[in-house]
Every structure is written in C-alpha cells, then in structure tokens.
Design a protein around this ligand. Sequence first.
Ligand code: AHR
Length: 329
Amino acid sequence: MVVKKIFGPVAAIGVLVLALTGCAQSGGGESDGPKDPGDIVVGFAQVGAESGWRTANTTDIKAAFEEAGIPLKFSDAQQKQENQIKAIRSYIQQGVDVIAFSPVIESGWDAVLKEAKDAEIPVVLTDRAVDSKDDSLYVSFLGSDFIEEGKKAGEWLVEEYADSTDPVNIIQLEGTTGAAPALDRAEGFADVIAADEKFQVVASQTGDFTRAGGKQVTEALLKSNPDVNVIYAHNDDMGLGAIEAIEAAGLVPGTDIKIITVDAVKDGMQALADGKINFIVECSPLLGKQLVEIVEKVVAGEEVEKRIITEETTFTQEQAIEALPDRQY
Ligand code: AHR
C-alpha cells in the first residue's frame, strides 16, 4: 500500500497512539467509574445580577463547584438572551463536559440547544425553564415550581381577606417579560384569586426583577390607582422598591398597602420582620450542591432525574423574625 510505503513509521506510531488513547479512554472513562473532578469542565451561563436572589445563587453555585474541585467557567449575561446564547456557543466551542444555564426568558433556545446536543455536550437547566417541545435538548431541569409559588401567594391573600366583602384592588409587579418565573407566578396567583371576584388585578407591569424597576413602576401606578389595597411583587427586590415608592407617597407599607413577595432573601425577610412586607413565598437560590451532583452523575454516565423541584416554604412576620438570625442569604 502506498500509504504504508511512504508513511509506514508514522502510520505505525499513529496506530500505537490510537491504541494507547483507546486504552486510556476505556481505563478512565464511563466504564471504569467517574472522571477525576479536576478534569471535568463546566460552563455556566448566568442570567445576570438583577436581584439579591441572583447574587446569592451565583455565590452558592461558585462555592459548590469550588468545594467539589470542579473547574467552572462562568459568564454573566446581564439579563440579555443574546449574551447567554453567545456564552453557550463559546462553551460548545471550548468543548466543556457539561453546560448549565438559567434561561433569562423561556423561548428561543432550540437552535443553540440543538448545537450543544450535536456536539454531545449535555445541558442542565437551573432555576428557570425553556418552553422547548423537545425535552431531549437538556438532561435535567433543577429549580422551583413557580406556578406553586404564585398559588401560595394567592392562597395567603384569599385567607387574609376571608372576612371581607369589599373589593381588593391589586397591583402586580411582574418579573422580566417572558421569563418563566414571571409567567408562572402570574398564572398560579391568577388561578387562586379567580375564585372570588372581589380580587381584581387593577394594574400589572414589569419591574424586571429589580429594586429600581419595582420603585419606578409603583410610583407611576400609585398615581393612576390611588385606591390600591395590595401589591403582589414577583420578587423581594421589586417589593423593596415598592416600599420606597409607597413611603415617598406618604403611605405606610404593610398597613395602608399590603405587600406579598417571592424569594425570602435577607433584605426581604427584614422588611417582613419590620411589618413593611406582609407575606413572603420562599424561592431558594441554593442550587449549587444539587447542580454539582447532577454534573457528576452526567459525566459518570449515570441516569439523572429529568425534573428536580426545589423544596420551599412560606413566611409570615413571626416566622421571619424567627428565621432571620440563621438566614444564609
Ligand atoms: O428565577 C428566579 C427569580 O429570578 C427570582 O425570584 C428573582 O429574584 C430572580 O431575579
């Protein structure tokens, strides 16, 4: 053979290298147990730093990977989907072992997830869902049940006004438009309050999950809805912004206008303890350890659960006072 004649020694070395590589793969690969943690590379595409929850989530994820000795490539998308897509494409190019991300909005992920699948890089969704019809595009989704969170907020409200027949006018401060927690928290809440027509959402606008957004939207909406009784904010930060706007309008948050929020970060819990927020539905940002476990299993070729729901509770003022001293975030 011509090739053999000309490249005989090189070909022989090639065959040897291939054989050795083959041995190394079967020796250190899936069949013989998990990869060394230091050899696993994970790319994480975070939403941004829009809220106290997000900051706690980032800190927890970085700490969990550091503790596990797994190198983590981290990017902050500044709440822009195009930045997250760029980051995911760059992780694909770098050939990381696993990609994890919290999708800023629900839709528009199929193309990039397909690219990851074609490159045989497993993807784990954390915190937020995608609306893709093809669930083979990701291996697992770890995070809260946001519809349930919205329902818990609605249930507290129904209970709080159980003895009243007067209208209850509600302003809803929505999270980022198109984001799973904004859509689902609105849906769960609406489902529960629909049972009694005294509950009316008189205005609903996005505050983009930020304190500044919550303040600005509340300032404007209080002017057009002076008879509001309740503010339902999709996160603590927007609720904290609403408190500033209510106080600036000469009203007393928690008394003149009741406030329900979601998250239970320290600042929110302090406001609840102080009586400025009336009820908080917990959404846990502590996803790091569970994400590490999923990554280790995926890399070892083990089965992982398709959907892992975070365990969460709710807080009244008394419960917040009790929980605050030990609150981690
Ligand atoms: O996706 C989780 C939500 O995103 C949190 O409730 C909110 O604070 C964050 O920005």
